[in-house]
Design a binder for this molecule. Structure first.
Ligand SMILES: NC(=O)c1ccc[n+]([C@@H]2O[C@H](COP(=O)([O-])OP(=O)(O)OC[C@H]3O[C@@H](n4cnc5c(N)ncnc54)[C@H](O)[C@@H]3O)[C@@H](O)[C@H]2O)c1
Length: 479
């Protein structure tokens, strides 16, 4: 039953009693868990995707997101009681839905221009099937202005209906993280809602009140809701850049960047993030450029984003510098040395490689004629070859034995829990380790370094911290 313009109590009742049909467009890493979350509140759900294979898998209850907790059980349950079905018929699904959620991919191209084609094409199909009284919710991350601008125009053109009057239209960002999507959506965060008019906002807010535990924060309009999501992303991008810059400085100062950041963050106004080998993924390195594009079109340059980009994109090359420096200490050039990259995915414990810094590191090392290999428990041999063009060593212990230099780029749990002494004893003497995520315990590192067994560099943990290097602060500060 249509809910646009109904009261909060009416909407709550309709959702709970299974009278609302929600069509979710895009059954990907976020879309499938989202569809299950809508169903778990009582709604009937139509999952819609252009990929036939995905639609067939959903219809037969086969889970293609094995690392996403809760998805397996809910998918089986809702397929068997027919609360969820999936289809490739985009237009028909729109005509059957009371609420439409759009969660198709967005991105940026190599010139920094937002890629919104999936949003435009899905809006076109939805517009053709759209009925009076349907609530349309855009949930994909987009540049501010997308909902009230192109999405509204396409839906109105195709349906000959008026947004805000005949049908509801809001933006409500997905604030979830791969690996915890169901919990993030249903339990962890309030839902942000901003519509193209008040009636749209109130309807969507009431709908989400009936679905999520943490409630709803309404903002003035769709543009503000779009800004919430990209502001969150920019904050993290800039903060990581700051942490990276402080890491580079810590290397000069001979302090442990982790120790300093942790101590600084014990004060409630300090929220410094952590440095690393580079920023990857389809979110954090992308959203700042949605904002930059729109801000430039409006006549303003985003200077913080520009500076952060320079710093963050330098970090993989800094890792290469650390590799060169450390190999040099054992009198080896990169040329011909066996260098093993541990961790290729952009974040620990997930299978996702978008914009992973491992790629730049590998390419640069190959340019320098390094003999590069990789290990990653989340990727097959074929995937490593295809995406990174290096051989995968299946057995981690064998990889350590082989390496002139071990480079940790991703903080998978399997690496975080390693016994460093065992690793060092397996490697050539002395072992050369570059820790792109500062995973290892400093006192253990220090004793191995002091015993001459290990050459170590972290991001923000330099030779000045571990060696007998003396910085002449007296002449710097007293002169
Ligand atoms: N993955 C995350 O952690 C995350 C977190 C928050 C927000 N988001 C946002 O969610 C959106 C979706 O991300 P994702 O990771 O689920 O993407 P994904 O690539 O895993 O899945 C997208 C799905 O959309 C389908 N699709 C593409 N074009 C379509 C169309 N025209 N009609 C119907 N289906 C279509 C694809 O076949 C695919 O199944 C993005 O805007 C992203 O920024 C993602």
């Amino acid at each position: 039953m249509k809910i646009f313009g109904k009261t909060k109590e009416e909407i709550k009742e309709l959702v709970k009693s299974g009278k609302v049909t929600v069509a979710v467009y895009g059954l990907g890493k976020v879309g499938l868990p989202l569809a299950l979350a809508y169903a778990s509140a009582g709604n009937k759900v139509i999952g819609v995707d252009i990929n036939e294979k995905i639609v067939d898998m959903v219809n037969s209850g086969k889970n293609y997101l094995p690392h996403e907790p809760g998805v397996d059980e809910l998918l089986k349950k809702f397929i068997s009681d027919k609360r969820i079905t999936a289809t490739t018929k985009l237009e028909k699904a729109a005509s059957e839905a009371d609420v439409i959620s759009i969660i198709v991919p967005t991105g940026i191209d190599e010139h920094g221009k937002p890629e919104l084609n999936a949003i435009f094409s899905v809006s076109k199909a939805i517009g053709k099937g759209l009925d009076k009284g349907t609530l349309v919710i855009l949930e994909s991350t987009v540049p501010p202005g997308t909902t009230e601008g192109p999405v509204r125009a396409i839906l109105e053109e195709e349906s000959a209906l008026k947004a805000g009057i005949d049908f509801g239209l809001v933006f409500s960002p997905e604030r979830v993280k791969s690996g915890t999507v169901l919990k993030d959506f249903l339990e962890n965060y309030p839902k942000i809602v901003g519509g193209i008019n008040e009636k749209s906002t109130l309807t969507a807010a009431a709908f989400y009140e009936a679905v999520v535990k943490k409630g709803v924060i309404t903002v003035m309009n769709a543009r503000a809701a779009e800004a919430v999501k990209v502001f969150e992303g920019v904050y993290r991008y800039v903060n990581i850049a700051l942490a990276n810059e402080l890491a580079l400085l810590s290397e000069l100062l001979g302090v442990d960047v982790l120790e300093v950041i942790r101590a600084a963050n014990s004060q409630p106004y300090s929220h410094i993030h952590f440095p690393g080998a580079g920023v990857g993924g389809h979110c954090i390195p992308v959203y700042p450029f949605f904002l930059k594009f729109v801000s430039e079109a409006l006549g303003m340059d985003l200077r913080f984003v520009n500076v952060s980009k320079l710093i963050n994109e330098y970090m993989p090359y800094h890792i290469v510098d650390l590799i060169i420096e450390s190999l040099n200490e054992v009198k080896k050039p990169v040329h011909g040395s066996k260098i093993v990259i541990f961790g290729l995915t952009f974040r620990g414990d997930i299978k996702a490689i978008e914009r992973s810094p491992a790629k730049q590191i590998i390419n640069k090392l190959k340019q320098l004629k390094g003999d590069v290999y990789a290990h990653d428990p989340f990727l097959t041999k074929e995937e490593v070859k295809e995406e990174f063009n290096v051989p995968k060593i299946e057995d981690m212990w064998n990889a350590f034995q082989k390496a002139d230099c071990a480079v940790f780029v991703t903080d998978h749990s399997i690496y975080k829990n390693l016994d460093l002494e065992k690793v060092v004893n397996l490697m050539k003497k002395p072992a050369v380790i570059i820790d792109g995520r500062n995973m290892f315990n400093l006192s253990e590192i220090r004793s191995l370094v002091e015993n001459g067994k290990l050459i170590y560099r972290g991001v923000g943990r330099s030779e000045r911290l571990l060696g007998k290097y003396k910085i002449d602060f007296e002449s710097i500060l007293r002169a």
